[in-house]
Design a protein around this ligand. Structure first.
Ligand code: K7E
Ligand code: CUA
Length: 669
């Protein structure tokens, strides 16, 4: 009797806990006996996959090994990096330029790996900046950010950067609708319905260089775009965006944007949009957005301010956009490997609707519509629907696929992964996550050829899973084996930032193409120093340029005199090493630009404005050799009216013979 009561109240507690999010039953996870051997990568052995994972609010990307979960590298993208000097060195600062000026931090949610014929080709990783709308391309031979493109007419680039089957386009759908850049934005917020608009942007990818170009934008009703996926196979040529706030609420969205029973998935026929652009239907709009590119030849970035975009208005472009009703604030919108099925995940919905591309086409042909939304046809829900997954779980967010016709959906509220069959919509298995999973990822899951084998959960809350570290706890991923019928938990591993999404790619596809050094012969940096004989210091008015080299274990020059208060000093350090894994660092005491790290064959610049008279030490920050600690030097700073001549030297121990080493012969033009 008593135990029954206890059981009941316990059950109630469990249910309450599940609804208020998270702790699943049996939280003390049982992992099967062979789990350890499945994730153990012995010393000297390599992981099977690279996992390229967004860092969320840190604006960076983490590179992990799967199945070990080991973190190899953090790639700075939208944020300055105190590890590599990205965003601190003069060469990389332009990468973080925007129409708002220098914005050195962003919020990076999603990764899209380049594909050829729908399959990973290992060339580039794209990522979105959610805050100040941006897109980035990371070169997977250097694991460096090669390009950043700002998106105009956008306010929060969340629905991005999903990619088409042959990397023709990545997209950018605005999270917030706002008055567009050229509309009068000085309006009352409660005029939302009248004045606020959305856009989705199509950014083309140059198939050789990967360069991004903002091809065109489509104006949309003032709703919020959340996520998207490209069609593939039979649905290639279409794009699907989930949207919420079809209520067009401007306050207390948690209530007001959940009023309606259904929001939408917006289907975009982008091949049709291309035709309209060709036919001259695009209107040129004057806008401002930055396009930043990094060159591995000049080892420098340039930032170009662009001033025009082509915009399509659906009013002039019939048959380009359709809305499909989707229950209750859809988040994820995922297409299966065949391209036939489109899965909408309504965060507050009790079912998972699965739409059929074939049926959508039939409904469009038969004009099987349920009226219009802002002039755009709304396809009848039942007409587009393949079926619903019944009782899947609470709070579905995202779905990925394996190669065997199965889908894996993450459930935030009930904190679990649910496996189901895409065709018959039957639930096959469920496993708890620890805790409150956001995205999940199957290697190759969004492609036409999933590699399968694992599903990785990216969790929002870790609570009791790791040693606590004050109020802020680590974020976490979990690795599950999906090679059998039942999913099996193998590993927890902590992550940096807040991983939203990640894509894992077989190690073979990246391993052999890694850049080891930059060839010094190819260095076209305007301030390169190609040998110690060319090292020098030049004055140009108040500017002093130090052409400096590093090689184990000294700088040339390592003694500099004749710097004066009021000078701006640029240390252009060329690392002469041509061996893999021999960077040198460079630090100047009191420099507000921190430090730089210079790869073999590369030139990077640290800008320093001396703030006091005296001797300032400089040194290498990367333990490069047994005599790394000896890799140091001095700069003498004199008063602004001083007559100490500008001199430099290396290896001179006698009192400075200033007349011989003076290189300054007037302003350097
Ligand atoms: Cu679900 Cu920004 Cu992709 Cu995170 S979003 S979870
Ligand atoms: Cu160079 Cu330490």
């Amino acid at each position: 009797m008593f135990t029954n009561l206890l059981k009941k109240s316990l059950a109630l507690i469990v249910i309450t806990a599940a609804i208020t999010s998270c702790k699943p039953r049996g939280a003390a996870s049982a992992i099967s006996g062979d789990a350890a051997s499945k994730v153990y990568v012995a010393p000297g052995k390599y992981d099977e996959f690279y996992d390229i994972v967004s860092g969320g609010f840190n604006g960076q990307i983490g590179i992990y090994g799967i199945p070990s979960g080991r973190l190899f590298r953090i790639v700075p993208v939208f944020s300055q990096s105190p590890e590599s000097g990205y965003g601190f060195s003069e060469e990389t600062k332009p990468m973080l330029n925007t129409s708002h000026g220098f914005v050195p931090w962003d919020d990076l949610h999603h990764i899209a790996l380049s594909v050829t014929n729908g399959v990973h080709d290992g060339r580039w990783a794209f990522a979105n900046g959610n805050n100040t709308p941006r897109l980035a391309r990371v070169d997977l031979t250097t694991f460096r950010t090669a390009e950043i493109l700002e998106i105009p007419n956008s306010a929060g680039n969340h629905s991005s950067p999903f990619i088409t089957e042959n990397s023709e386009y990545i997209v950018a759908g605005t999270r917030f609708s706002v008055p567009l850049d050229n509309d009068n934005g000085d309006v009352a917020i409660n005029t939302y319905k009248k004045n606020f608009r959305g856009t989705v942007s199509f950014i083309s990818i140059n198939p050789q260089s990967g360069e991004m170009t903002l091809s065109f934008q489509i104006k949309t009703p003032g709703i919020n775009f959340d996520l998207a996926r490209a069609g593939k196979g039979k649905s290639h040529g279409w794009f699907f965006f989930s949207c919420y706030n079809s209520e067009k609420a401007n306050t207390l969205l948690e209530v007001n944007a959940s009023a309606k029973d259904k929001d939408f998935i917006m289907a975009v026929n982008w091949k049709k949009a291309e035709e309209y652009i060709k036919a001259g239907k695009g209107k040129k709009e004057a806008v401002k957005y930055a396009h930043n590119q990094y060159s591995d030849k000049t080892h420098s970035a340039t930032s170009t301010m662009m001033n025009e975009v082509l915009v399509l208005d659906p009013k002039d472009c019939p048959d380009m956009l359709y809305f499909i009703p989707c229950p209750k604030s859809p988040h994820g919108c995922d297409t299966d490997p065949s391209g036939e099925y489109i899965v909408g995940s309504g965060k507050l919905a009790a079912v998972i609707p699965v739409f059929s591309f074939t049926k959508i086409q039939q409904a469009i042909a038969a004009k099987n519509f349920d009226g219009e939304y802002d002039g755009i046809p709304v396809i009848k829900y039942e007409a587009a629907l393949h079926g619903e997954v019944q009782k899947p779980g609470l709070g579905p967010l995202h779905t990925e696929f394996d190669a065997n016709g199965n889908a894996y959906t993450s459930f935030f509220v009930s904190s679990e992964i649910v496996k189901w069959n895409v065709k018959d919509l039957k639930v096959l298995d469920r496993v708890p996550t620890y805790y409150s999973i956001g995205h999940l990822s199957v290697p190759g899951g969004p492609t036409t050829k999933p590699w399968g084998k694992y599903v990785i959960a990216y969790n929002k809350i870790t609570k009791d899973r790791y040693l606590p570290t004050g109020p802020e706890l680590t974020q976490s991923a979990q690795l599950y084996d999906i090679s059998g019928e039942k999913m099996k938990l193998l590993l927890d591993f902590p992550t940096t930032g807040e991983p939203h999404y990640g894509e894992a790619i077989p190690a073979d596809l990246l391993f052999k193409k890694q850049a080891k050094i930059f060839r010094i012969e190819d260095n076209m940096h305007p301030y390169v120093t190609k040998g110690e004989g060319q090292a020098r210091v030049e004055r140009n008015g108040k500017e002093v340029h130090v052409y400096m080299t590093s090689i184990r274990s000294h700088f040339t020059p390592d003694n500099i005199e004749g710097i004066k208060m009021g000078d701006v000093v640029y240390f252009h350090l060329t690392n002469l090493e041509q061996d893999w894994d021999v960077p040198h660092g460079f630090a100047v005491k009191g420099s507000n630009n921190a430090e730089i790290l210079v790869m073999p064959g590369e030139t990077q610049t640290l800008k320093w404005i001396p703030d006091r008279v005296g001797i300032t030490p400089i040194y290498c920050t990367d333990f490069c050799s047994a005599l790394h600690q000896e890799m140091q030097g001095y700069v003498r700073v004199s008063p602004s009216n001083s007559s100490v001549p500008l001199t430099f030297s290396t290896g001179k121990t006698a009192p400075a013979d200033t007349t011989k080493s003076v290189s300054y012969n007037g302003p350097n033009k």
